[in-house]
Every structure is written in structure tokens, then in C-alpha cells.
Design a protein around this ligand. Sequence first.
Ligand code: IPE
Length: 264
Amino acid sequence: MLVFIKLGGSLITDKSRPRTARREVIQRLAAEVAQAREQRPDLALVLGHGSGSFGHVEAQRYGTARGVSTPAEWRGMAEVWRVADLLNRIIIDVFAEAGIPVMRFSPSSGGIGQSGRVVALPSEPVRMALEGGLVPVVYGDVMLDQERGGMIASTEASFGYLAARLKPERILLAGLERGVYSDFPPGRSVIPVLTRRDWETLRGQVGASANSDVTGGMASKVQGMLDLIGTMPGLRAFIYSGESDGATRRALLGEAVEGTWIQD
Ligand code: IPE
């Protein structure tokens, strides 16, 4: 079974401190992924991760998500790329140390964007790496954009492109929030299952995000997943908290975890 899993930037970095990785959390998550792989040798994974207090800070500073045209903006985009890459390096090393055969496929080097959308990303090398039993890694990155010069490609955007070609059964999105709340704020009740039809009425209640960022908050995450699921019947996405011990291992194994399933 093929599963895409994203470790959100808010989970793996300290959003209140620039360029600060939550190394212990990353180590725990790597151990959980390793355990799940041991228990289910047929589990094929594409690992993704956000940028949190690495790329988002620089991306905001240079306005990269709005497009890149001046020399300062081009230099800024290169800086966002470098900082996002620093976090990726940490993830790659920690996961490799946990025994996971990770291999990076940088969206910035293989991808092309158009008006902020990912329109090309080499999926064949990712498929071949999966076939060899590796865990391909993609992440929130900058991307060259045919209309705007440059853009920010969120992990979800790269996942969306790859999902259409590699056909995962599930996309797991681990963050800090326990799922999609029907009452945000205060965020006491988690919606267990959210369909396109529910979304019509819930959209207004869910709100943007606790921590707004350049690639959008919870509402845009849900919308993105619903759009994707609409084109890929059978695909389900799960939003849950990677903060609670064992949740990632259990989610990967298909065991019950608190969170929100997004499905058609
Ligand atoms: C953001 O990627 C990428 C950059 C700002 C460079 P994501 O959207 O995947 O990251 P998080 O999860 O919000 O941090």
C-alpha cells in the first residue's frame, strides 16, 4: 500500500523562533515511521515535510509567493530555497539515522510552476525509487514559475501532482492541531469525517489557521485535499496531530487515531 505522509512545518519547527527545528520531535517521528515500516513491510511511503520557521520567514520577507521579478526578489527566492533546504537536510539525516532509506527529490530542481500552481514534477524517478524500497522525500520549496518567475510550492501542492501519477491510497497530514475543528476558535470538537458536501456549510466556520503562513492555513489545506480527492475517487486524506506519541505510527498502520478524514 502506498501512503503519502506530510510532517507539517508547525510540528517539526518552533514557529516562534526562526530557523529552529524541533529535533526531538523529528527523532520521535522518524522512530515511529521506522516502527510502522518494520511492522508492515508492504507499506510504501512518500515522505513530505513543511518549512515552518525556516522557509516561511524568508518567504514572507521577500514576498516570494506573490511572484519574483526584481533582482532583489530573485535573490530572495534563492535565500528561501537555501533555508528550506537547511531544514530538509536535518530531516534527511534524522530519518536516515533511524534506518529509513530516504532520498530527496527537490521540487525546486525538477518542478515547474504556472501562476502559483505546480504543473510539472518528475514522478518517474520517485516511482522507481519506491519500487526499489526507498522512501522518496519532497518538501515545501520554491519553484520556478513560467508566469510569475518564482513561487512557493507547498508540500501539499507537490503531493497533489505526484498523487495523480503515483495513486496513493492515503495522504496523512500531521500537524499540531488534532484535526479540523468545527469550532475554531476555541477548537474543542474535531470533525471525524469531512466530505465535499459537509464543506459547503462548514467552510466559514473552520477559519484560516492558528498560525497564518504563506501557503494558507487549515481552510486552504482542506480545500486542496477536497479538490484532489474529487479527481481521484477512493483517495482519502487524514489530518491529525503528530504531537501525540504513537499517533503517526498508528495512523501509518491504519489504526484508529483522533483526527479528521477528508473523503468524497
Ligand atoms: C512552505 O511549504 C514552503 C516554504 C515557505 C518555502 P509548506 O506549506 O509545505 O510548509 P508548512 O507545513 O506550511 O510549514
